[in-house]
Design a protein around this ligand. Structure first.
Ligand code: SF4
Length: 166
């Protein structure tokens, strides 16, 4: 499936645990003040990419522990993100995702975005809020954001932090 790609990090050590393939999706309508990736905002910017090509890259490197979906806003291209997440799981990789939407905003969704949420292992949720910025938090930029165990959160119907996160 084709989608708009802002960039790739083929060997990231900062987007979740272990060595990871990070996919930065193009497009975000939130426009947080202080966003680190404003070049990802234009919906039609970036480059055309193909999910099957990226999955081939993921399969080709056995050192990669997981796939990280970032942006931009991955949920604006949920169909492509879902294909990547399912493909990563088939390869035995874990899937982390960063979104400007909160888990509570996502809960009522019933479309492909809900399928994507169900496929994730970990969600770092919520917009970047400059007034709550912190450099000391692993995996997130501001204190409002949370590192969530998605399966546990969906089972409980409310946000459940990944063990060890606060
Ligand atoms: S949600 Fe993320 S990518 Fe979008 S503007 Fe906010 S920080 Fe930037």
């Amino acid at each position: 499936m084709n989608f708009r790609l802002a960039g790739l990090c083929p060997n990231s050590i900062t987007d979740g645990p272990g060595l990871r393939l990070t996919v930065f999706f193009q497009g975000c309508i939130r426009h947080c003040e202080g966003c680190q990736n404003p070049q990802t905002w234009p919906i039609n910017g970036g480059d055309k990419a193909d999910t099957s090509e990226l999955l081939k890259s993921l399969a080709a490197d056995p050192m990669l522990k997981g796939l990280s979906l970032s942006g931009g806003e991955p949920f604006l291209q949920a169909g492509a993100a879902l294909e990547l997440a399912r493909g990563a799981h088939r390869l035995g990789k874990d899937v982390w995702c960063w979104s400007g939407y909160s888990f509570e905003e996502m809960l009522p969704w019933e479309d492909v975005r809900a399928e994507l949420l169900k496929e994730l292992d970990v969600l770092v949720d919520g917009p970047f809020i400059l007034a709550q910025r912190s450099l000391e938090l692993p995996w997130r930029g501001s204190k409002n954001q949370r590192v969530l165990d998605v399966k546990a959160s969906l089972k409980k119907g409310e946000a459940v932090l990944l063990p060890g996160q606060n």
